[in-house]
Design a protein. Structure first.
Length: 113
């Protein structure tokens, strides 16, 4: 009997891009899940003290699980307490639907959704 290989975990890659006005954008690719969410929060926390605004481009993030959603919200709160605004931009339709269903859209209002 052949052993079935486990389903590969979805990864999350984050590329930092800085705009002409020095606003950092985290270009995210993959899934934000219990396995990958800490990476997102860590990136936001490391940038927040030095910036008034951070953008997270979620156009290539088709899936966020409940832990990932909690972490995105936690990253938002962490940035806010550091005097920084976390804006979600180019939000993938699946994630936008999740934000609408959970009524979290209003928290990220004006963030390119």
């Amino acid at each position: 009997m052949a052993l079935k290989s486990p389903t590969p975990q979805h990864t999350l890659t984050i590329e930092r891009v800085v705009s002409n006005d020095s606003t950092p954008t985290l270009v995210c690719r993959g899934h934000i899940t219990i396995e990958t969410a800490d990476r997102f929060k860590s990136e936001v926390k490391s940038l927040a003290p030095q910036h008034k605004c951070i953008q997270a481009d979620l156009s290539n993030v088709p899936y966020v699980d409940s832990s990932g959603l909690g972490t995105v919200l936690g990253a938002y709160m962490s940035a806010k307490s550091a005097g920084c605004e976390l804006k979600l931009i180019n939000v993938h339709p699946n994630v936008r639907d999740l934000l609408n269903i959970t009524r979290l859209t209003s928290i990220f209002e004006g963030s390119g959704q």
